[in-house]
Design a protein around this ligand. Structure first.
Ligand code: NAP
Length: 292
């Protein structure tokens, strides 16, 4: 028997369509799969891909599902929750996959109709691509999904969302909102900010040097451009939603970069080597933790 009678994915882009693909392939997530979006082009593509039983632009219709998963950009989560919650049935669960928690937890918890639970989870998996064609069923395999249930969420609902992500191949961990946002600022938001800025710096070089950089881009710059190719709306929303923590993390980075600059200015070989070795140690730990 599947985990849910019905699962509605609102915003079947990279993350949402990956969940739908996994659900179609295994048959273990839900007996009925619903995909909802405001974009007719997205809905047409989801129909062609045949990854949902019902495809609709009607949020109230999608809200009839036993589990409603919001996979829209961070800035649209609250408004989408407000659109579906009045139509959700007692005993059903609302979840989202937003990359920043901020005040979303308590805000949405306060809007819940009687008998509806809210258990968000953030899969620590993704690519620089977006839209329904970008998804694939193994996206979450062996990756972490961080669950951030607000105070008052019922255990049975938390366990069901935990099970949903395990069926997607992920490992799960329950965390408080603020800790989640701190971790993500370091592991995801700051690296994206740096990648966008490095490309910006390259773009602002004189025309002649800029063209040569793009011609001869070696692995370091090329790796940053992959991250920098990410969706502008998604990252705009993430930076603004995690503003305070991200700026604090950026300040620490700037101080450390200035420390490295000072070591280079003074040709301080020991200080430079120590900093580089720290990077190698972190990479080794990542490999040991199966996150590389
Ligand atoms: P995506 O591929 O762009 O998919 C988002 C989908 O939501 C698109 O189909 C989009 O349609 C639709 N949409 C936008 N605004 C909407 C609204 N107001 N109502 C209904 N549908 C709307 O994005 P994604 O990468 O899957 O990200 C979705 C969520 O997952 C975000 O909250 C993000 O923070 C989170 N997340 C992303 C990653 C990652 O690496 N990508 C990882 C973990 C979590 P249009 O294309 O027509 O706008």
């Amino acid at each position: 028997m599947a985990l849910f009678k019905s699962l509605a994915v609102i915003g079947p882009g990279l993350i949402g369509s990956s969940v739908l693909r996994r659900a179609c392939e295994t048959g273990l997530l839900a007996d009925q799969l619903i995909a909802a979006d405001i974009s007719p082009a997205v809905l047409d593509r989801v129909r062609e891909l045949k990854i949902a039983d019902l495809v609709t632009n009607n949020m109230a219709e999608a809200a009839q599902a036993e589990c409603v998963m919001l996979c829209v950009p961070v800035g649209a989560v609250e408004a989408t929750a407000r659109a579906v919650l009045p139509s959700m049935q007692p005993g059903s669960i609302l979840t989202d996959v937003a990359s920043v928690r901020g005040k979303l937890g308590p805000t949405i918890q306060a809007l819940l109709p009687a008998g509806v639970d809210y258990v968000p989870g953030h899969p620590m998996a993704g690519t620089e691509h977006s839209g329904p064609d970008a998804g694939f069923s193994t996206l979450f395999e062996n990756r972490w999904c961080l669950l951030v249930p607000p105070e008052g969420a019922h255990d049975h609902a938390v366990q069901k969302i935990q099970k949903l992500w395990e069926l997607c191949g992920a490992r799960t961990k329950i965390l408080p909102d603020d800790k989640h946002d701190r971790i993500c600022a370091m592991v995801s938001h700051l690296p994206h900010l740096l990648a966008f800025t490095i490309c910006d710096t390259a773009d602002n070089l004189s025309e002649e040097i800029r063209a040569a950089v793009l011609d001869y881009a070696a692995s370091g710059f090329r790796d940053f451009t992959r991250i920098a190719a990410s969706d502008p709306v998604m990252w705009r929303d993430i930076f603004i939603a995690n503003k305070d923590v991200l700026l604090e993390t950026l300040d620490r980075f700037v101080a450390d970069a200035q420390g490295m600059a000072q070591a280079i200015r003074e040709s301080d070989e020991a200080a430079i080597t120590t900093r580089i070795e720290r990077g190698r140690r972190i990479r080794r730990t990542l490999i040991e933790n199966r996150q590389a």
